[in-house]
Structures are given as C-alpha cells and as structure tokens.
Design a protein around this ligand. Structure first.
Ligand code: BTN
Length: 243
C-alpha cells in the first residue's frame, strides 16, 4: 500500500521509522529492507541482518492508549509472528518472554519495541521485527551458530519471504483489531498458549541481579510473574530469561 517503504540497504529500519515518526507518518507505516548494516537488538546488542535472507522490518503504530500498555503490543506481535510461521511451514515456534521466538531452543525471531509517549498517552510505537528466514548454518558467525537458527534450517527448504511478510502483516492486523475491540485478555490467552516458559523454572537476569523461580504467567500489562522457592511472587518488567 501507500505506507510501505521498501529499501535495498539501510543502517537500521528502526532509525528510518524514527525519522518517519518525526515526519508524522501515519499508523500502519512499514519500513522493510533487504539488508541492515547496523541492525540493533534489545539491550543495545547487534542484530545480524544479512542481505536477501531475512525479514527486517519496522512498523509504526499510533494507538490511543496509555504508555503502560505498550508491552502488550510486543506480545501481540510475537503471536502474529508465530501464527505466520505456522501458516507458512509445519514448524511450531515457541515464545520466550518477552519477545524471542524460538525453534528447537534457538532464536529465529527478535522483536524490539520503541515507545514515544507523554505522561498519559502513547504518541507512537515502533515495532521492529527481525525474522531469520533463508540463512544456512554456515552463513552465521561462529558465536551465533549455537543460539540462532532460521526457518530454512529448521524446515529444510527455502521460503518466499514476500509471502511470509504478507501473511505476517495480515495476522498482525487481525490480532491488533481484536485487541482494540476486545482488550488484551483474548490475546493474553493466545500468547500464553505459545509461551515456552510458563510453568517452568527459569532464571531472570535483570539489571539489579538474578532471580530463580517458577514462571507463573503474565499480567495484563505483560509483566512476568515469577514465584521464588519461598512462595513469594515477583513482578519482572525487563530481564533476560534462561531456561
Ligand atoms: C532482539 O531480539 O534483541 C530484537 C531484534 C530486533 C531486530 C529487528 S530487524 C528490524 C528492526 N531494525 C533493527 O535494527 N532491529 C529490528
């Protein structure tokens, strides 16, 4: 449509989205690139984005919601990615809180959400999605090989990236509409049905330290609940999870 910006090579689609937000780009604006020269992940990590092999895209949303609801949009995006992968392949991806998508325990998709808000209202939210599609094992730098995978590695065939993007955006639109009409609850149930860590013991590494316990579920705000061995339930807003 009118609001899809397709680029051959960029530093990061997130950066372009930030500029477009500043220029008042409307909700639904998509930036998609064949390659990112400095793709970024959460916690300022690098996101490896080689040419013609993955889906590197950023999406601008402008929901009329208060800022604490922003994490819900990340969770909805993860559900859309899982559903799109399930429709394109016979794979069954799982979500690792908050937003990693795994196949056989390795990361196939990362989601990065950047928020622009004032005290009581979201002005814009940029959701960055990186899906490893057609990479082979040897395409990855050695340090990534044990932790990263692609759809093609897992299902032994090359996939049409354009088709996957199309399915992904349709799935997202459907879930986002459901969310705006019915609230987060139905989406939360869907998310939990795909989540890997719920009911299991995990370690959450936060900026202030580590917490070990059983992942109980998420709250309506997308906060992870962990019960420690003393039975105390902790709310985790941001962490890296080890299974
Ligand atoms: C993570 O798992 O840490 C999040 C990775 C997000 C990667 C995507 S690719 C498209 C968009 N542009 C970026 O530079 N990052 C996101």
């Amino acid at each position: 449509g009118r609001h899809i910006h397709y680029e051959e090579s960029v530093e990061s689609t997130q950066k372009i989205a930030q500029r477009l937000v500043y220029e008042e780009a409307p909700e639904g604006t998509i930036i998609i690139a064949e390659e990112q020269l400095s793709g970024r992940g959460r916690m300022d990590r690098k996101w490896y984005s080689p040419k013609y092999t993955g889906i590197w895209l950023s999406m601008i949303l402008r929901p009329n919601l208060p800022p604490p609801k922003a994490p819900q949009l990340t969770l909805i995006t993860a559900v859309a990615v899982v559903q799109a992968i399930e429709e394109m392949t016979n794979l069954t991806p799982q979500i690792k809180w908050p937003n990693d998508i795994l196949l056989n325990g390795k990361k196939v998709t990362g989601i990065l959400t950047e928020l622009q808000a004032d005290a009581d209202r979201i002005k814009s939210i940029i959701i960055g999605i990186g899906i490893n599609v057609n990479q082979q094992v040897e395409d990855y730098p050695e340090e990534l090989q044990p932790i990263a995978t692609s759809l093609s590695i897992e299902c032994n065939q090359q996939l049409k990236r354009a088709e996957l993007v199309q399915i992904l955006l349709l799935k997202f639109e459907k879930l986002y509409t459901l969310y705006l009409e019915k609230g987060f609850y139905p989406l939360k149930l869907l998310w939990e049905s795909y989540a890997i860590s719920i009911g299991r013991n995990i370690t959450a590494r936060t900026v202030t330290g580590s917490l070990y316990g059983k992942a109980m579920g998420i709250t309506d705000d997308g906060v992870l609940l962990i019960e420690d061995s003393a039975g105390k339930v902790h709310q985790v807003y941001s962490a890296d999870i080890e299974l």
